[in-house]
Design a binder for this molecule. Structure first.
Ligand SMILES: *Cc1c(COP(=O)(O)O)cnc(C)c1O
Length: 378
């Protein structure tokens, strides 16, 4: 049968009625790619997997939550949705609103969102409000507007977002046959690490304090399909690491714009997830994030955005110091596609070679660079 997205697939584990019609773009079912070259190149005894959620319909994991939030909003008769966004939430909101025939308003920090994401919000016909402020300012304003106007907030304070996002854990368990030893991911607003942990907890028939059971939301913690849960590891950019440092960051800065957040909405739930799993939070520099983004693209053919690369950058760091032990199975969620942020990718890559349309010139350039010749062995 044709795959029609996470709501139809996991209906019995999500807060939707049997007959609820999903607003879907067939999100989910993203590939779990084993990174086969990196452990060899780095001489590490580890099984490393990338859950490539950048291959969702709008290019990030936000689609898993947005299908739930917009489905519920549509069912309740909402005609407009609103969100604050570092980019990917606005792209997903705009697309799912278009699908549902709703109006969509997005608040983004002026000049601080990646070009691909901005183009999506614009193409899908949402009203884009660039605010002179950061994500945290936008988030506060959206909550105030939500209380004054008939617009449904689809940020991760909307509990249905987290419910949709938990399905990533179900897919990982299905693909591996069991939970991994460690699951690593980037942490911005901390909704996704919370969602992963809820998904793993439900799969193990375990309770978790990360789940805030709100009206209309069941506790699904009784259908065990796994006998344990992974250790959850969250990584933040050094310039935007409130959870690592233990206090909000006034002016967060990082090249990884998707996690440029100083005061995460799901801070407490993320702490609960980390504590219950025996995990930790740690930080990576922008330089390290970009180095690993490129390493992954070149050695494995997987192109993710900078915020996503921090999951792998952090894991490599923690393998190095032995915090993640030899022989472990590790899954990194790659939250967004590299095409989201072409400016950052181009800025750190070698410029294209410009050459005349001339056989001899081109033949020389290529033969100098064939594997095994001097120019390629450096
Ligand atoms: C939203 C986002 C994150 C951060 O997820 P949170 O749930 O806010 O912690 C990380 N990476 C990408 C690509 C994102 O779009």
């Amino acid at each position: 049968m044709n795959y029609t997205g996470i709501i139809d697939k996991y209906r019995d584990r999500l807060p939707v009625a049997p007959r609820t019609k999903a607003v879907t773009l067939n999100e989910g079912a993203t590939p779990l790619v084993e990174l086969v070259n990196l452990p060899r190149v780095l001489r590490r005894d580890v099984r490393l997997f990338a859950k490539f959620d950048g291959l969702n319909p709008t290019g990030s994991f936000k689609d898993r939550g947005m299908t739930m939030a917009v489905t519920r909003a549509a069912e309740e008769g909402a005609r407009a949705i609103i969100c604050a966004s570092t980019g990917n939430t606005s792209a997903a909101a705009a697309a799912y609103a278009a699908r549902a025939g709703m109006a969509c308003f997005v608040l983004i920090p002026e000049g601080k969102i990646a070009l691909g994401k901005l183009s999506q919000a614009m193409m899908h016909g949402s009203v884009v409000l660039q605010i002179r402020g950061n994500f945290d300012d936008g988030m506060r304003l959206v909550q105030q507007i939500g209380a004054r106007l008939p617009v449904e907030i689809v940020n991760s304070i909307n509990p249905y977002r987290i419910q949709g996002q938990k399905t990533v854990a179900f897919e990982v368990i299905e693909a591996l046959g069991a939970p991994p030893d460690y699951h690593a991911l980037p942490v911005g607003n901390a909704g996704n690490i919370t969602a992963h942990w809820i998904g793993y907890s439900e799969s193990a028939g375990a309770q978790t304090a990360a789940l805030k059971v709100s009206p209309g939301m069941r506790d699904y913690g009784r259908r065990a399909i796994a006998d344990r849960r992974p250790v959850m590891v969250g990584y933040q950019a050094a310039g935007a690491a409130p959870i690592v440092r233990g206090r909000p960051v006034e002016n967060p800065e990082t090249v990884a714009t998707a996690i440029r957040i100083g005061n995460p909405v799901s801070w407490q739930q993320a702490l609960a997830a980390s504590r219950e799993s025996g995990g930790w939070f740690s930080e990576c520099t922008d330089q390290e994030i970009l180095r690993v983004q490129k390493l992954l693209a070149r050695s494995e053919g997987v192109f993710c955005e900078p915020a996503s690369a921090i999951a792998l950058a952090g894991v490599l760091q923690d393998l190095e110091i032995g915090r993640i032990g030899a022989g472990s199975t590790v899954v990194c969620t790659l939250t967004g596609h590299g095409l989201k942020d072409p400016d950052t990718a181009i800025a750190q890559s070698a410029k294209p070679l410009t050459v005349d349309a001339d056989l001899t010139a081109i033949e020389r350039l290529i033969s100098e660079r064939l594997p095994g010749t001097a120019a390629t062995s450096s």
